[in-house]
Write a protein that binds this ligand. Structure first.
Ligand code: M6R
Length: 617
């Protein structure tokens, strides 16, 4: 994880680097640091804590002059978050500086070798080892910085995105990537360059970017084209400059108090964008080129395996219900982290759908590689355009949710389900497992979802009132059945990660096999009881909970009377086909977690110990 930024050019580097770090804080925020070169001195400041703490420290500690520099916001892997372990790290001579995102797995062995050559280490990090390894290699006669970095990277095992600065070459920077993302923003006439973990830090300066691929190294020098080389064999590569589609507005809060709230409210628009050009109701057509071009592969598949983590895994679980019902194909949903290490049976007849908002989740990426190595066909479903997972597959589709910055995933979840619904409907038609009348009805219903979500968002104040009653609760249960069982899991995850309240999601009927023992008059239970989803059964489950005195917050379909009579709080969703209901039922649960977390003074967008994209296993 971690976020890195860098700048070489003619502007003041400091504000560009600090702004960039603030935009990258979603990647990690337990410590941060900055290095600036003023033409003579390397000025470096770093601290435990967020970028705002760094700003304070910098103002007391160093000069902010200079048009070249690097910055880092950290999510600790090796070494606790403290000032010393924060990046940037300097080499022993004080001439080289590095920022690093990733893990050097063999750092202990490399460290011992360097210690035997007289190197002294100040931090517990793998990164300090890497910069000293580069320095050691560079001491050899005639070895330039780019070569030294390349030789060092050929000795390390692990993952990295790095930017390296050398006092001896103050208009140059070397960046490299394996497993962690890095983008280079290219200014007009190559007069300035930006380096960052994603393009958000430089979006207001340039729309031209180079995304390095794994095992590539780039040498950036003011006034010269970027030179890209393969780390393994030093072969030259044409730097592919892409035009960015992102704009500044998309990555700002737009008047909302938190990114999470903004992103919850963006869902109608995000779903419309995800459906645009793909759902053609009048023509009765679904167009998804990644699916269409590989239709045979999908139709001949003996099963679909879905791999993902966290919220994306919950979207995968919803898809299991959808695909099995609509397409009548067996579906298995796997945590990517388990899948990759349990020697799974994978054949050439399998289609694997990998779901990831960031497209950078290390476990999902590794699971994809494993599935492909066994001959399975991999379809990637990502939100971040050009991300590693988006590139590492046989085919795929984007969700078009726009940048999701809040660590708690919201619009990514609903747009993932939207694409999965499109896929299932298209396949059901192709396979003949859904009648044409049903197919058309589902298409019409799907088109109405964004306006139903819009309508649902109007109950925000009502949810806030409910939140007030439960902000001091220490435990929550979330129950749902069928399509809404994964929504119960997702509701519990949202509450846990941003409010630090313990919460568990269960299939409603599993209650009596254990969790019912937890229930007493202090336990709030959120139950999803939509009118078409095993309604009577869920009502019985609610009765069972009520008779044990729990507080019931029920999500029901508009017009419901039975649950209203029993529950303590009612949240109504518009009437909808059951397969589409997760797109609605999840919204009040997102809002409930959000308001509880805000009332508990939690840092909603950057919850403790978490990071937006988990690029370590
Ligand atoms: O970027 P990905 O979708 O691959 O991320 C997967 C999980 O890390 C992510 O969904 C995580 O669980 C979120 N914090 C949930 O809100």
């Amino acid at each position: 994880m971690c976020g890195i930024t860098g700048y070489i050019g003619y502007r003041d580097a400091y504000p560009i680097i600090m702004n960039g770090l603030k935009r990258l804080e979603y990647r990690g925020y337990d410590s941060s640091g900055v290095m600036l070169f003023d033409g003579k001195n390397i000025n470096l400041s770093k601290t435990k804590g967020k970028v705002s703490s760094l700003e304070e420290k910098v103002s007391q500690e160093i000069s902010t002059e200079g048009s070249i520099g690097v910055g880092h916001t950290r999510w600790a892997t090796h070494g606790i978050p403290n000032d010393v372990n924060s990046h940037p790290h300097m080499s022993q001579s004080g001439n080289l500086v590095i920022v690093h995102n990733g893990i050097i797995e063999n750092y202990e062995a490399l460290k011992q070798e360097l210690v035997s050559r007289g190197y002294v280490f100040h931090s517990d990090t793998d990164t300090e080892v890497l910069i000293n390894l580069i320095e050691e290699i560079k001491t050899q006669e005639g070895v330039k910085l780019g070569q030294a970095v390349q030789i060092a990277l050929n000795q390390v095992i692990g993952a990295y995105a790095i930017a390296v600065f050398d006092r001896a070459k103050p208009d140059e920077m070397v960046v490299a990537k394996l497993g962690s993302p890095i983008a280079i923003g290219v200014g007009d006439n190559f007069e300035e360059f930006f380096v960052a973990s994603d393009a958000s830090p430089f979006i207001e300066y340039t729309k031209n970017a180079i995304y390095l691929e794994d095992e590539e190294l780039a040498i950036i020098k003011k006034g010269r084209k970027v030179r890209v080389r393969k780390i393994k064999d030093d072969s030259a590569i044409d730097a592919n400059i892409q035009e960015l589609q992102m704009n500044l507005e998309q990555i700002e809060k737009g008047g909302y108090e938190h990114f999470m709230l903004k992103e919850i409210h963006e869902q109608p628009r995000a779903i419309i964008d995800t459906l645009r050009g793909r759902l053609l109701v009048n023509e009765g057509i679904i167009k998804l080129s990644g699916l269409e071009n590989n239709m045979k592969r999908f139709l001949n598949a003996e099963r679909i395996i879905i791999i993902a983590c966290g919220t994306s895994w919950h979207a995968g679980l919803v898809a299991e219900y959808i695909f099995e019902e609509f397409v009548r194909i067996p579906v298995e949903v796997e945590y990517a982290s388990e899948f990759r290490y349990r020697n799974p049976v994978i054949t050439e007849k399998d289609v694997v759908i990998a779901i990831s908002q960031s497209g950078e989740t290390a476990d999902t990426l590794a699971a994809i590689k494993l599935a492909r190595s066994k001959g399975a066909f991999v379809f990637g479903l990502c939100n971040v355009v050009g991300s590693s997972i988006a590139r590492e597959n046989d085919s795929g589709a984007y969700t078009h949710a726009g940048p999701e910055i809040g660590v708690a995933s919201t619009k990514a979840f609903t747009t993932q389900i939207t694409v999965l619904l499109l896929m299932a409907l298209r396949l059901a038609r192709a396979k003949g497992t859904m009648s044409s009348a049903d197919y058309r009805m589902h298409l019409q219903e799907l088109e109405l979802i964004p306006q139903k979500v819009e309508e649902l968002l109007k109950i925000d104040d009502h949810i806030k009132e409910i939140a007030k009653e439960y902000l001091l609760s220490t435990n929550f249960l979330y129950l749902g059945r069928g399509y809404n069982f994964p929504v119960a899991l997702e509701g519990a995850l949202k509450l846990k990660e941003i409010s630090y309240i313990h919460a568990e999601g269960y299939p409603a009927a599993e209650m009596k096999h254990g969790p019912i023992a937890l229930i007493d008059d202090r336990m709030p239970v959120v139950v999803i009881a939509t009118s078409k989803g095993h309604y009577e059964k869920v009502v019985s489950n609610i009765q069972e909970i009520k008779s044990r005195k729990a507080k019931i917050i029920a999500v029901v379909t508009k017009g419901d009377t039975s649950v209203r009579a029993i529950a303590d709080h009612i949240i109504e969703i518009p009437e909808v086909e059951e397969a589409f209901s997760p797109l609605l039922t999840t919204i009040p649960l997102q809002l409930l977690s959000y308001h509880i977390a805000v009332m508990r003074n939690c840092n909603v967008d950057q919850p403790r110990n978490l990071a937006k994209s988990v690029t370590v296993e």
